[in-house]
Ligand binder design. Sequence first.
Ligand SMILES: Nc1nc2c(ncn2[C@@H]2O[C@H](COP(=O)(O)OP(=O)(O)O)[C@@H](O)[C@H]2O)c(=O)[nH]1
Ligand SMILES: [Mg+2]
Length: 402
Amino acid sequence: MDLIPGIDAVVELIILGVVVLGGGAGAAALLRRGDRSGTDAGATARDTDRGADTAVLDRPTDVSTGEAPTAPADRPPVAPPVEAPSIPEAPPAPPVEEEISLGERFKRRLTRTRNVLGANVAELFGKGVSDEAWDGLEEALISADVGVNATMEIVAELRTRAREEGATDAAAVLALLKDELRRALGTADRSLARADDAEPTVWLVTGVNGTGKTTTIGKLAAVERREGRAVVLAAADTFRAAAAEQLGLWADRTGARLVRKEEGADPAAVAFDGYNAAKATDADLLIVDTAGRLHNKRELMDELSKVKRVLEKQAGPLEETLLVLDATTGQNGIAQAKAFMEAVDVTGLVLTKLDGSSKGGIVIAVQRELGLPVKLVGLGEDVDDLAPFDPDAFVEGLFAEL
Ligand SMILES: Nc1nc2c(ncn2[C@@H]2O[C@H](COP(=O)(O)OP(=O)(O)O)[C@@H](O)[C@H]2O)c(=O)[nH]1
Ligand SMILES: [Mg+2]
């Protein structure tokens, strides 16, 4: 199939470059002001109680008053009203990076990518449409992580259309394939929803350990800060102190506020305090980091749904509950994701590590298997390595050589 040596690397390079450049024209464009129900949102947050063991770590703080909220599952914690905490200004946002350098960085990175969907349709169908060519295409799609089911559907549909529409050469098949891939990726709204009132927007971030939740939150905070929004990060991964410290580094770097508690603290209480801090400081956005260890699935899922319940008591329906998936884990990651979806209503996917050894077709597989749109893609470990996912640019990029 790989009749033109080196073609994969070139196609790969273009694929993600186009995704990034096509989608990276400013995250602002894809961030919409979403509807927000729950008119009583934040009613309890007026109490602004803060746990004595809660730290808002961007500065020394004088906001520690009262008892630590226990954040019960079924109703918001009740605490005596206290004076609104005075939380100092967050550090300034980092300087805006040049878009062009972003593109350049990605290009360099993507030269390492292998096995991205780079099926050379021109080669496969060069001698016309045949069973052999269809088999070759099937093989290429599966090896690009599109998934067996999606591949079978796509190829079956393609064969029908090729026959009906008289596609007899590579160019015609390619046009149909692009069309089918675009269809497989769908037309979902991939923008990140926001509160449309004076309340802070809340994005809850979930996913298995190591998929890139904390890193994605850091990158998101950077985008938001650059657009002038005040951001609070809540370290509700309390399993290890290092988790909060990692988020703290991102807060420092991006000029966001960090809300954390001691190791082992109730994650729901951290989320609760995070929302109160966002309210008290008039922040635009709260992003809640969570733990994702799977060794005790039941406990994890209970914990996660409690975090969500407590937040929703304060804030009304959350604008986003994002599920972060590691693109390099392929079908395994999809199985794990389903466990999270049982615990919380996920609104969108973030697919990280598309820069590494992952295969681009996984975007199609995860969307199809999970029934949710990929909203963002992670393309590296740095602060700028997050891009809105743009299906058109993605599909064009896959075949930009032809
Ligand atoms: N190459 C690459 N690495 C990433 C990406 N996103 C996260 N990582 C790395 O994946 C590892 C785990 O990330 P982390 O945010 O701690 O995952 P968490 O456990 O889900 O919070 C870290 O080494 C990150 O730097 C990405 O898009 N590309
Ligand atoms: Mg983490």
